[in-house]
Ligand binder design. Sequence first.
Ligand code: KIV
Length: 269
Amino acid sequence: MVKTISDLLTMKQNKEKISMLTAYDYPSAKQVEAAHIDTILVGDSLGMTVLGYDSTVQVTLDDMIHHSKAVKRGAPNTFIVVDMPFGTVGSNPDQDIANAVQLYQQSGAHAIKAEGAHIESFIIRCKALGIPVVPHLGLTPQSVGIMGYKMQGASTEAAQQLVADAQRMEQAGAIMLVLEAVPSDLARKISKTLTIPVIGIGAGVGTDGQVLVYHDVLNYGVDRHAKFVKQYGDFAIGVEALQQYHTEVKKHEFPSVEHTYKKKVWDEE
Ligand code: KIV
């Protein structure tokens, strides 16, 4: 059964941690659902993990829709959040809403996520239209050109600003908050201050839930890991399997009899 927004709220109230993992395609979504992970994020990190870009900046609305549809087919019973990609929120209020409607309507996701503290009025307008929004504060990778990939909220002023921003997001009608790369005591404070669930990444254990990137967790095609990543599996082992296949083809060992249709249709070979 797909969890509802109210289920996620109840989990926070009951101090049950919420697990979230990214997925970008049908097989990864199937695995995440089979693992009973509470929620899926179709993150624009797919720009790096799946499409091979060096940041999320190149990812388009069409990319997000395309991948979310596959995720939805793979995980029909999981609550799915999809990212608004770079430049689709914050330039023109009417265009922002048109983008949100298109993504929400076509992706099949249950909520949309948008980065930055400037999205208060966007959240209000989306809520009025019936679109649940998950703001993303702290390190926001779409702003890498300005903030880099570094911890946020490290000074008292910056920390106070983040608490205030988070409160504004909740008051605007956000259903959940993603908080990335901030000191753990700040993340705990924000999680305690807000009534909506706060999902952390690189934000310590005091948040209401955790999100990680599928490819980081499984060491799948990733060259560098952030400090906050924990690897739980190793898909790099797949390379050995591929080498074995290559060797067997070269040595005429694959296909063997068991992988061959043996019905005789020619008299001679
Ligand atoms: O795109 C993404 O995967 C994300 C997570 C890092 C939270 O935004």
